[in-house]
Design a protein around this ligand. Structure first.
Ligand code: YXS
Length: 259
């Protein structure tokens, strides 16, 4: 049973997340279905993609599937983690991916949305960075996705407080492109897609790739990389990381001791 619904109309492809029982949490299975759909769109010569959830949802996506996070002593966001693969697939997709958002966007789903090229949200959309809530040591390329999406001070506030921000605050900060009234969200979003597909797809694809390469061009010395990996290992080896995942599964507030 696919966890997404897809369609192609003209040169516009749509991927609708359809995993209600886990609030569209990006499990390996859901990520696989999204990646398969994006790959099929390349063959189908789709020139713009809309990534959405079902109309009227309260939660666009609940983020990484916490049940699939390691229970400690292993990097929870390694290169082959489903969320990492999803972000890279969106960034490498030749056509622009437009995230059309209603409801809450949590944790890793924020990164997936920010990896999209354009974000259009309904007024009820909220965005929350949650590593600190769960005790997760987010990874470097993920932090760069955030850093490329919004001012450093806003990213720090979102990351350190784990508090959701509103669509209005997000659009004022430039984290998203537009807020459209809920009853106009679809028409507004697809109007952008129609504008895009009327333009030269090869020119757009190369500009998207140029921007991806330039946005990711941040030097990090081997020592800097090893230091960050060492610090992250302390976190995912910590009792706090185990507590964060355990508390989530036990549906209770975590108690962090800084060890
Ligand atoms: O109790 P059942 O079995 O029905 O399952 C519940 C939830 O446990 C499940 N669920 C999830 N399962 C795995 N991973 C998730 N992220 C996740 N979120 C939810 O879905 C079933 C329905 O959830 P429920 O009853 O809470 O629904 P609700 O409508 O009352 O509330 C929806 C949410 C999204 C507000 C609530 O489920 C929630 O706060 N979920 C967690 C949001 C979150 O903290 N996500 C961050 C995940 S970790 C992540 O993305 C990165 C690793 S990081 O943290 O580093 O950014």
């Amino acid at each position: 049973m696919p966890l997404v619904e897809t369609k192609i109309e003209g040169f516009v492809g749509t991927i609708c997340l359809d995993y209600f029982e886990k609030r569209n949490a990006f499990s390996a299975a859901l990520v696989e279905d999204v990646i398969k759909a994006l790959d099929a769109f390349v063959d189908g010569r789709v020139r713009a993609v809309v990534l959405r959830a079902r109309p009227g949802v309260k939660i666009w996506s609940a983020g990484h599937d916490v049940d699939e996070l390691p229970e400690g002593r292993r990097d929870p966001l390694g290169w082959y983690d489903p969320l990492r693969r999803l972000v890279r697939t969106i960034e490498n997709h030749p056509a622009p991916v437009i995230a059309m958002i209603e409801g809450g966007v949590w944790g890793g789903a924020c990164e997936a949305a920010m990896a999209c090229d354009i974000i259009v949200a309904a007024p009820n959309a909220t965005f929350a960075l949650t590593p600190a809530k769960l005790g997760v040591p987010y990874n470097v390329s993920g932090m760069l996705t955030f850093l490329n999406a919004a001012p450093l001070r806003l990213i720090k506030e979102m990351a350190f407080t784990a508090r959701p921000i509103s669509a209005e605050r997000a659009v004022n900060a430039g984290l998203i492109n537009h807020v459209a009234p809920s009853d106009e969200l679809e028409s507004f979003t697809y109007a952008i897609a129609v504008d895009i597909v009327a333009n030269a797809p090869l020119s757009i694809a190369v500009m998207k790739e140029e921007l991806r390469i330039l946005a990711g061009a941040h030097p990090m010395s081997p020592q800097g990389w090893e230091r960050v990996q060492g610090l992250r290992r302390i976190v995912y080896d910590s009792a706090d990381y185990v507590e964060g995942v355990k508390a989530f599964k036990e549906k209770r507030k975590p108690v962090y001791r800084g060890e």
